[in-house]
Design a protein around this ligand. Structure first.
Ligand code: ADQ
Length: 469
């Protein structure tokens, strides 16, 4: 049994990142600040009721700071050295697993030294989780960075209830079989009692693999393994819809939305894209469709503009560097051909922005373009819908985003079909306010009902560990 942590918790979240960032104040002092939104707020009720702990990397390479408490949460930082970050995080996680799990949109690279680092780091997280968990505690492990943790943890702590949730797609068997360490990953996940996926297809793919690789006999949504029943099912993640709706309807945001319109030169129509700058997100698809619409005269600039906000991401990985160059070249191209002085056709922002500004952009956009080649869920699509309390705007959404299963009233597109994307953009730009409101109302019903709380509650309920009060 590993050394006990100073505090032992009955709910432990294990994720690659802690839900806090270290910030430096003007006087040079440092403090921890909660990362905005996301998982932590959804999990908060469960964590508070059960003196919860959260394990993850702090965001800085080198020796981790000691564990500490922050706003009622016990935080356990995990150490990652620069070399480990290179091999485990940028290497195996983001250059092997990420492309493999996203339909090999880019070819994955497999290196044994990356895999060895992945095993070492997963063992480090498992050991820390084992030390932090109280007897019979519930441990919820998150995402593709930590797929070996469930089995490692089960070995040292068979008393625990272990859940795992994969935020990205789980690929079909034909693709997964490329992975040299495919068996180890499947066995790693099978250490959990419940494995959650964004879509039923992910659960299906996983269960099929247990049959193919391990000769198990899955039945329904369960498979017996090692004398236990392991369940694989879908739990589509969502957002804090009510909070986002409130933010986007606040007078400040509504006012900012009209100021943005003015700053853009009061165009008739605004198309918006908001993504992490990632090759899975299909930013190039959108640019190409927009350019062709300008080319064939379906639209003109600056009457119609495209605003593309791209958050900097994984900037040390080669595929990301070349993709950024390509996108920026295309933006320059389009603006060179179709922009005017002081009036570009594409407004491109390579930056992160506060939620208020994002909400104002959503509110200002006539058409939101979400065109990933493959995406676990895509929260931007749900945020856009939550932001449109005015029932305005139209969503163009890739069929290959998890969100498409719920947002059936979007203009659904195949991002590989540029003609189809163009047609959807044209239709979305031309939709009447009444028809747009009908679609938006239906989508808003869905995101209000299936929000982030619903997601967290249904996962904990399925894991058999609802909070006691
Ligand atoms: P991501 O690939 O990061 O998440 P997504 O679900 O779209 O993708 O979430 C992005 C988040 O970042 C949104 O909340 C959005 O508001 C925010 N964001 C984007 N651009 C921003 C900017 N410029 N400034 C500030 N914020 C910005 C992974 C999976 C997804 C899955 C989520 C959650 O790839 O498929 O939906 O996890 O499980």
């Amino acid at each position: 049994m590993p050394a006990e942590s100073s505090t032992r918790s009955s709910v432990v979240i294990v994720a690659n990142r802690l839900p806090v960032d270290q910030v430096t104040d003007p006087d040079g002092s440092t403090r921890w600040q909660r990362s905005p939104g996301g998982l932590v707020s959804a999990l908060e009720p469960f964590m508070r009721q059960r003196s919860g702990a959260w394990l993850g990397w702090s965001g800085a390479a080198g020796d981790a700071p000691a564990e500490f408490d922050n706003e009622g949460l016990h935080l356990v930082p995990i150490t990652l050295s620069t070399e480990e970050l290179d091999r485990y995080y940028e290497g195996f996680c983001n250059a092997s697993l990420w492309p493999l799990y996203h339909d090999v949109v880019q070819p994955p690279a497999f290196h044994r030294s990356w895999w060895d680092a992945y095993v070492t780091i997963n063992a480090r997280f498992a050991e820390a989780a084992s030390a932090a968990a109280a007897p019979e505690a519930t441990v919820w492990v998150h995402d593709y960075q930590l797929q070996l943790v469930p089995a490692m943890l089960r070995k040292s702590r068979p008393d625990l209830r272990i859940g795992f949730f994969l935020h990205i797609p789980f690929p079909p068997m034909e693709l997964f079989m490329q992975l040299p360490w495919r068996r180890q990953i499947v066995e790693g996940l099978l250490g959990a009692d419940l494995i959650g996926f964004q879509r039923p297809m992910g659960a299906h793919n996983f269960l099929q693999l247990t049959r193919h690789l391990l000769k198990l006999r899955p039945s329904g949504s369960s498979v017996d393994y090692d004398g236990r029943a392991v369940r694989a099912a879908s739990f589509p993640i969502s957002i804090d819809t009510a909070a986002f709706d409130r933010l986007a309807s606040s007078p400040e945001v509504v006012e900012r939305a009209s100021a943005i319109r003015n700053e853009l030169g009061s165009p008739e129509k605004i198309i918006l894209g908001v993504d992490r700058l990632d090759y899975t997100k299909g930013i190039g698809v959108r640019l190409r469709a927009f350019e062709e619409l300008l080319q064939d005269g379906s639209i003109t600039a600056p009457e119609t503009v495209l605003v593309q906000v791209a958050t900097p991401s994984r900037e040390r990985i080669e595929h990301y560097v070349t993709m950024r160059e390509e996108i920026e070249r295309t933006v320059g191209h389009i603006n060179g051909d179709y922009g005017g002085i002081g009036g570009p056709a594409v407004h491109y922002l390579h930056q992160s922005m506060p939620k208020e500004e994002l909400a104002a952009l959503y509110r200002a956009a006539d058409v939101m373009a979400v065109t990933p080649y493959r995406d676990g869920m895509n929260l931007v699509a749900k945020e856009y819908v939550a932001a449109r309390g005015d029932l305005g705007g139209a969503l163009v959404l890739s069929e290959f985003a998890g969100a498409a299963a719920e947002l059936r009233h979007a203009f659904l597109v195949n991002p590989h079909d540029i003609t189809g994307v163009k047609a959807a953009l044209r239709d979305a730009l031309a939709i009447s306010p009444a028809a747009a409101a009908r679609r938006m109302r239906a989508m808003r019903r869905t995101v209000r009902k299936y929000d982030l709380d619903h997601w967290a509650e249904s996962f904990f309920a399925a894991l058999g560990s609802e909070p006691t009060s």
